[in-house]
Design a protein around this ligand. Sequence first.
Ligand code: ZN
Length: 328
Amino acid sequence: MEEQNKPYIIGVDLGGTNLLAVVSTREGEILIRKKEETRAGEGPEAVINQISENVDEVIGLQGIKKEQVLAAGVCAAGFYNYKKELIVESPNLKNWTRVSLGPALEEKLGLPVLVENDANAAAYGEYRRGAGQGSSHIIYITVSTGIGGGVIADGKIFRGAQGYAGEIGHTTIDINGPRCTCGNQGCLETLASGTAIARKACEVLAVGKPTKMLEVAAMEGREDVTARHVFTAAQLGDEAAAEILKITLEYLGAGLASMANLFNPEIFVIGGGVSMSGDSFFQPLKKVFCRRAAGPVSETVEILPAALGDEAGITGAVLLAAEHFPKY
Ligand SMILES: [Zn+2]
């Protein structure tokens, strides 16, 4: 009965921009949260100290003792080697090469710690408590600044040999396409992410095509056009913006079709800022997907918006920790 004395799990979401710490139940219900900017520029040691301070703070705010916490689940941006417990490389956390985050945090927090890549954790969170509930074969894709992905196969995270599986953002869509941060060119991320949409808007403006995109951005007091402005302009009937989205969704639909042919999922769950555009995003995406996926593969697949928003990753991390350390 020892485990009943430890009903809580700590969750940590370590991103390049924000650091989120929560106290959760073992079932993934978040009780209290604290978010602040990640001191990413100060290097791994400072960030590990920052995580420790934030964890102590949420424990205090919830009015519990650390002895009542079973474990901590951490999701982190970047390539995470699950076997060696190393963040091997992270584009958003500068100077984080081969950082042994789990063991360092275990020592600092005095708790068992499980670390998972953020997209894998988000896939698991959506599977257990979000849009993927009731299905066992799910592909989660987040479309925001970049494109991340995680695969749930038969109810488990499909990690591959080291933990790097599911990187749909770095599948090649155009062999001659733009250079990607991963070193390849024409990755899906370079063609269909929020960053790619904004870049295409810049190109349209540079050649002087008539468009309302700048006006839409100016209404928010901005001089630069973001992906959201492109969506809004398209909804207002702007042809140049609509053309950008049409091409973007064609690339994204092609990416989804390739993943469906490989993994035969029941559901795609799409998260991230770009997917918040509702039907104007999902309906054309579904059409492209059905046209491109191999016949029988596309028939039963649903494409749904994520349900847990930016807490999908931390929810998944908490649940993974709760299951990994059952009676510690
Ligand atoms: Zn890439």
